[in-house]
Design a protein around this ligand. Structure first.
Ligand SMILES: [Zn+2]
Length: 375
């Protein structure tokens, strides 16, 4: 007997599901089961809850994407949210260079908020070929003279999709760019770099993949096509070679280097490279499911981890304050496709919070405004 294509598919799916359904003496639901998006059980757990609308200490948001700050209306809107959340300084980490950078710096000054925003410069990785490194480094020097105090956020396209003039993938440790990273080191500015994405995005999209729903909702987050993308480990090895090549440059790994599902791996990078720091944007779901181990990690590497939020949605920041500052248990995260689990508070001690929220940023970013921070 030959199977039709749909029978074959059903058989494959059934086989794939056997290990996860082999509970309850192999019983199957007696009602049609809900789909993954329909099943939204409401927690009946009653435990102490602490909402934290404002951070306990003034914050530097290293990973700001507030939109273009050249309009007074945008600046006012962002400032209102910052004041409510206790964000003292926001780093503009959207791609800005040349005129796009200077117009924002001028607008912020004109609005009287020069001590509330600082600016990182972006790098143009288009068509890199011989001579590109010197050109990019010269633009960087110009942007720093205009007021930029760091580089970034370097987007994930660097390493994934940026192509060289000869059509090959631009590798993170391409020697043509060495002069750029050395220039950053000489200028004493940090390089804020986003490399790759969660490791699951590089794995097959099967029913064992923790990010199945997100990858299915956002097909452009699938990097598992080996003909187009490197593996997660190859990409991170490239990044690690880049870091090792430039020990006098200060690196800040966005999203904690996407190693939050394996903090020990990030710890090894910290141990090997004293010039590496990490930022916590958009990985709260991972910290909140390992509050005890994450707390130990944050205590051990308190001088290496910086606060950053990524997408600018004011209502999402309090989830971060709650995870960092409280010992609350089993509460919701703000996006169900990042995590289908609940969060727990890390209850960080004050000295760790201070370094995370502002101390490390004031130390590694040059010319930071110090107004509004505890002396
Ligand atoms: Zn970002």
């Amino acid at each position: 007997m030959s199977l039709t294509r749909s029978q074959l598919l059903a058989a494959t799916v059934a086989t794939a599901l056997v290990p996860t359904l082999a509970c309850a003496q192999d019983r199957q639901p007696t009602l049609p089961p809900p789909s993954i998006t329909e099943y939204q059980p409401r927690s009946t757990l009653v435990v102490p809850e602490h909402s934290v609308p404002r951070a306990k200490f003034p914050v530097v948001d290293l990973h700001g994407h507030p939109g273009n700050l050249s309009s007074a209306a945008t600046i006012e809107r962002v400032m209102t949210a910052m004041d409510e959340l206790n964000i003292q300084v926001m780093v503009q980490a959207m791609p800005s260079s040349g005129e796009r950078l200077t117009s924002q710096i001028e607008a912020v000054r004109a609005a009287g908020y020069a001590d509330r925003f600082v600016f990182f410069a972006s790098l143009d990785f288009g068509n890199v070929g011989p001579g590109s490194g010197a050109r990019i480094a010269a633009q960087l020097e110009e942007d720093v003279r205009a007021g930029a105090v760091g580089i970034g956020e370097i987007q994930k396209s660097f390493g994934l999709t940026n192509r060289k003039a000869d059509g090959t993938r631009l590798q993170l440790d391409d020697p043509e760019l060495d002069v750029v990273w050395e220039t950053a080191g000489r200028l004493g500015i940090p390089v804020f770099i986003h490399t790759g994405d969660p490791a699951e995005f590089f794995e097959p999209l099967d029913y064992n993949n923790e990010r199945w729903l997100e990858m299915a909702l956002f097909p452009n987050r699938q990097f598992n096509d080996r003909s187009r993308f490197p593996t997660f480990d190859d990409l991170m090895a490239e990044r690690d070679r880049l870091i090792a090549k430039h020990p006098n440059t200060t690196w800040v790994l966005a999203h904690m280097g996407w190693h939050t599902q394996d903090l020990g791996r990030l710890g090894e990078i910290f141990d090997r490279h004293p010039n590496v720091h990490a930022e916590v944007g958009a990985i709260l779901y991972d910290l909140g499911r390992q509050p005890r181990f994450a707390r130990e990690f944050f205590e051990r590497y308190a001088d290496r981890i910086l606060f950053g939020k990524d997408s600018f949605r004011p209502e999402e920041y309090p989830y971060y304050w709650r995870v960092f500052e409280t010992a609350d248990e089993y509460f919701d995260y703000y996006r169900d496709y990042h995590a289908f689990w609940k969060l727990y508070g890390m209850d960080l001690p004050d000295d760790v919070l201070r370094q995370l929220y502002y101390g490390n940023a004031l130390r590694i970013i040059p010319r930071m405004p110090t107004n509004g921070f505890p002396g």
